[in-house]
Design a binder for this molecule. Structure first.
Ligand code: HPA
Length: 279
């Protein structure tokens, strides 16, 4: 890919997707590590391998499939990213945000983004869901912002406001959907680090001090690009491992994938409940 993304590059990807599906998705859904099963429940669906879409970044990570699934879920037309690319895989931040740019040009109005995250809040347990009310873009503060580079004025403004990056109305719908099914949903702040190494106990104590409840290596670049482009965002973290603030336990990728099995049914219920409530 060239230094920065252009509208032409985005629209080439849009044209390829439109040539492979006649559906007009209005909701985008990104499924994180170990959380990809929801897409398998959609029948019938159109499938597009990421390799077929020009410039689309592919995930190299176990637990990420690497395709778009486009179909109907709860009577809404959805485009699901089954797997995503991360900064730590070697992609620049603007490439990590590329799929969202494509969603904007496809006319998608809502984005539900999920991730597996580590607990920073000591009250959180593996298997908990956290609705994201705000984020700390630690990577962005250090210069790794997906909007860096020439602004694409057709998509959004140069200096976008981020005071409501997570749409309050969608958050309310998610809380209602969770309550309806008796699912305890926490509400907190997600912090994005570059990874791929997990945090040291000192890192985690620092993250707690600056206001984080859960930590991960994704989501924030996608949310920034979506909000810049006027897409309303709901973010949900599946807590896959406990806070390691005192260094007494280790964190593994297998543990993250294993927690997905507990998380998927709850996530599924909330996502479906939100889709039913979106008018
Ligand atoms: N840290 C960072 N990213 C993660 C974690 C974690 O503990 N768990 C899942 N993704």
């Amino acid at each position: 890919m060239s230094d920065f993304i252009t509208l032409e590059m985005i629209d080439r990807a849009v044209d390829v997707i439109r040539s492979k599906t006649s559906r007009k998705p209005e909701v985008g859904l990104i499924l994180g590590s170990g959380l990809g099963d929801l897409a398998d429940s959609i029948q019938p669906a159109d499938y597009i391998d990421y390799r077929e879409i020009p410039e689309w970044p592919r995930s190299t990570i176990m637990g990420h499939k690497g395709r778009l699934v486009i179909g109907e879920l709860e009577s809404k037309s959805v485009l699901i990213m089954q797997g995503r690319a991360h900064y730590y895989e070697g992609y620049p931040m603007h490439v990590v945000g590329f799929p969202i740019r494509v969603m904007i040009r496809l006319g998608i109005k809502y984005l539900i983004v999920t991730n597996a995250a580590g607990a920073v809040n000591p009250d959180y347990q593996p298997g908990d869901l956290m609705l994201i009310k705000d984020h700390l873009s630690l990577v962005g503060m250090c210069g790794l912002n997906p909007l860096r580079g020439p602004n694409i004025d057709e998509l959004g403004e140069r200096f976008p406001d981020m005071s409501q990056a997570y749409n309050p109305a969608l958050l309310k719908l998610a809380k209602e959907a969770a309550a309806e099914k008796g699912i305890q949903a926490r509400e907190g702040v997600y912090i994005c680090l570059s990874g791929p190494s997990f945090e040291t106990p000192a890192d985690l104590r620092f993250l707690r001090t600056i206001g984080a409840d859960a930590v991960g290596m994704s989501t924030v670049p996608e949310v920034i690009v979506a909000h810049h482009g006027g897409i309303k965002v709901l973010g949900i973290s599946g807590i896959s491992n406990k806070a390691n603030l005192d260094g007494s336990n280790v964190t593994t990728h297998e543990e993250v994938l294993e927690a997905g099995k507990v998380l998927v049914p709850k996530l599924d219920a909330i996502v479906r409940g939100v889709l039913r409530r979106i008018s």
